[in-house]
Design a protein around this ligand. Structure first.
Ligand code: ATP
Length: 231
């Protein structure tokens, strides 16, 4: 494993909903360029862990280091900017801007991330290259994102995560809406792009069959302790 891009140390978090759910992670690291598949049952806390990694929720204690910075020490605004600079995120539902074009969607993270934008140079040209590498049709940048097929929208979400080469990509069940063939070609594209740019990848899934493609397969219960109780 190269130098850690992601390192969680002594992290403890709790949701206070109708039932209380606690997640603690003593020690979990992902190296530079490493690809990790995170498996776990439904409701086991996989998305919660990704939210902690992205800094959209904060632990009650512990440290979440990304590229050497402990995001727990940052203010809310600093954390939003840091996330835009350092992490490409692919959600289960892709979360594309419904009224935006494909270009608006792909270029979105650069708006909040000056260093990432600078790395890109000619952003529109890079977005065009990414679309072509991801098998999207010519001229797609001007299409409305929601006019595309589900598989195409998924590729737009990947282009948005990859643009400007963030050191870490976090993906929450990105293939759940695809059939087996589309799933395989989607993962081929994601892996080719990530490895070309030395990007680390943490992907959550229910499906252990995807494991062969990854450097490491981690079961959530092997790195975390979960507790559930009545509120
Ligand atoms: N915003 C929230 N408020 C309160 N409780 C929450 C919240 N989000 C998740 N939880 C609780 O945290 C637990 C873990 O949920 P989480 O979504 O992290 O699991 P998961 O492994 O990603 O599940 P799935 O595979 O079904 O997406 C669940 O018991 C859930 O009810």
């Amino acid at each position: 494993m190269g130098q850690a891009v992601l390192k969680l140390t002594d992290v403890a978090f709790q949701w206070h909903g109708r039932t209380r759910f606690g997640l603690s992670v003593p020690d979990f690291s992902v190296g530079s360029g490493e690809t990790v598949l995170l498996l776990g049952e439904s409701g086991s806390g996989k998305s919660t862990l990704l939210s902690l990694i992205c800094g959209t929720v904060l632990p009650m204690s512990g440290h979440v280091q990304i590229a050497g910075t402990d995001i727990v020490t940052l203010s809310g605004g600093q954390r939003d900017k840091f996330r835009a600079e350092q992490i490409g995120v692919i959600f289960q539902q892709f979360n594309l801007l419904p009224f935006g074009t494909v270009a608006d969607n792909i270029l979105l993270p650069l708006r909040f991330a000056p260093a990432r934008r600078k790395r890109v140079g000619d952003a529109r040209a890079v977005a065009t290259e990414l679309c072509s590498a991801l098998g999207l049709p010519d001229g797609v940048l001007n299409e409305k994102a929601t006019s595309l097929s589900v598989g195409q929208q998924q590729r737009v979400a990947v282009a948005r995560a990859l643009i400007g080469q963030p050191p870490l990509i976090v993906a929450d069940e990105p293939t759940s809406a695809l059939d087996a063939n589309s799933q395989a070609s989607f993962l081929d594209l994601l892996f080719t792009q990530a490895s070309e740019h030395g990007t680390s990848l943490v992907m959550v899934s229910h499906d252990p069959r995807l494991g062969d493609r990854f450097d490491r397969v981690v079961r959530l219960e092997d790195i975390a302790k979960m507790e559930r109780s009545a509120a």
